[in-house]
Ligand binder design. Structure first.
Ligand code: ACO
Length: 430
């Protein structure tokens, strides 16, 4: 809280209200409007929550105008280059970078929770073979509340921490199992000798018929993408997790709801949509035609991987994925024409008045799909990859909310329907 206030005068009632200005450690000052309705009888209208802060949080800071993203104060550029996903997971959950022994213990804890109950695998086998892996992921994660019922007291910090570790550990196991279900391959159980990213690659691609060698370039690239996706303050899926969590629902239900929110093409589903769009465009010569369609208000087509609610300059994660995309393809000795197409599309869009005026830039997902493709990950698994990384943010934000006093999330509305009218018997209706 600052000493500043904003004065609001209602000309109708001639009442005046001093609204306190709340300042965080960084970011724009925020007007506390909690007394507005009790004192003046008004609600505020903010569709899409574009100017509304719903919570105070110590975890992630974004400055959209300057293209800044920091986890617990550390710039994303430094973390992506020098850290590891397990270290970032510890940082987001507990607030500080781990010491060597803390990291060892934490990694061991996560590793020893990677196996799922065997009945989870039979649950997965009940899905149709070509079910989208996000459908499997959201259903199976919600079902886990039924497997771990002894530790579901959301008011118990030990239960919360155990659930957080289980979710982070088991998400790759379930995601990989969803892929294997589609492929018709037998289960691949986690290997405790492997790190988080390596273990995921092993669970995705190893088959009983031959030894599977993990490509260190692929494991490193995957680890970096998981870091980039780990948290992004109050985005749509994280806000969903917080909203569901505000009711006291168990963490598996909260994260399953987060997965559902992530699935949409305006959010995490964009990485899959980008690749489909690039295939649809097909050739550099057709870029102009699709740019024209993206600008046409009567055409539902949007440039996927472009635009962001918060970043109005550049998405710092996109700068990292763009560079990584070139490096990974070169390291793996691949030459993907989709990368040339993406670069051409980016160049033309960035020079176009429509995109310039609306401050539309490539977001993290414009290039991430091309990297996933280079690692052999199929398109339908792109959004589950995002979910694996973002699980850390979901549980960190859920833990933060659960550990402090909070109210149930309950927005209001502007009612635009009928006024009161009397019920008419069915035989008297026209
Ligand atoms: N292609 C064409 N036009 C666009 C695009 C786009 N990708 N994104 C926004 N616009 C236009 C809108 O039509 C609107 O134009 P108008 O002012 O003439 O009406 C203007 O830019 C502002 O767009 P909004 O939809 O109001 O912006 P909002 O903040 O609500 O949406 C969003 C942000 C959802 C990311 C949007 O830019 C979009 O749909 N992008 C494509 C999907 C995508 O890449 N999503 C991933 C987001 S990042 C993430 O979740 C990891």
């Amino acid at each position: 809280m600052t000493n500043r206030t904003v004065t609001l005068t209602d000309p109708q009632s001639e009442k005046t209200l001093e609204l306190p200005v709340v300042a965080g450690s960084e970011g724009d000052p925020t007007i506390d409007i909690t007394r507005l309705n009790p004192e003046l009888g008004y609600f505020t209208y903010d569709p899409g929550y574009g100017t509304t802060a719903n919570c105070k949080s110590d975890i992630t800071f974004i400055d959209g105008a300057s293209g800044i993203l920091r986890y617990r104060g550390y710039p994303i550029e430094q973390l992506a280059e020098r850290s590891s996903f397990m270290e970032i997971t510890f940082l987001l959950l507990y607030g500080e970078l781990p010491t060597a022994s803390q990291l060892r213990d934490f990694q061991r804890d996560i590793t020893y929770h990677t196996m799922v109950h065997e009945k989870v695998n039979s649950f997965i086998s009940g899905f149709h073979y070509d079910a989208h892996p996000m459908a499997i992921l959201s259903g199976v994660i919600a079902s886990m509340a039924g497997f771990y019922q002894q530790n579901l007291d959301v008011n118990n910090p030990e239960h919360r921490e155990l659930a957080a570790k289980r979710l982070i550990a088991k998400m790759p196991t379930v995601a990989a199992a969803a892929y294997r279900h589609y492929m018709g391959w037998p289960s691949a159980y986690p290997r405790n000798s492997l790190n988080y990213a390596e273990n995921f690659l092993h669970m995705m691609f190893s088959v009983p018929a031959e030894a599977y060698e993990i490509n260190p370039i692929a494991a490193k690239a995957l680890d970096m993408l998981l870091i980039l996706h780990a948290d992004h303050e109050q985005n749509a899926s994280t806000s969903t997790v917080r909203l569901v969590g505000s009711t006291g629902a168990n963490p598996y239900a909260c994260v399953a709801a987060g997965i559902a929110a992530l699935w949409g093409p305006a959010h995490g589903g964009a990485n899959e949509a980008v690749l489909r769009m690039l295939h649809q465009i097909g050739d550099v010569s057709r870029v102009g035609e699709f740019i024209k369609r993206a600008k046409d208000k009567n055409d539902p087509f949007r440039l996927m991987g472009f635009g962001h609610r918060v970043y109005k300059n550049f998405d710092p994660r996109a700068t990292i994925t763009r560079k990584a995309c070139h490096e990974v393809l070169a390291d793996l000795g691949q030459n993907d024409p989709l990368l040339d197409l993406a670069m051409k599309l980016e160049k033309i869009a960035l020079e176009d008045d429509y995109f310039v005026q609306r401050k539309l830039y490539p977001n993290v997902d414009f290039y991430s799909g091309i990297i996933y493709k280079a690692l052999g990950i199929p398109t339908t698994m792109f959004t589950p990859m995002f979910a694996i990384g973002r699980t850390v943010g979901w549980v960190a934000q859920w833990m933060e909310q659960s550990a402090s006093p909070h109210r149930i999330g309950r927005p209001r509305q502007i009612y635009t329907g009928h006024g009161e009218r009397d019920y008419i018997e069915i035989d008297k209706r026209d």
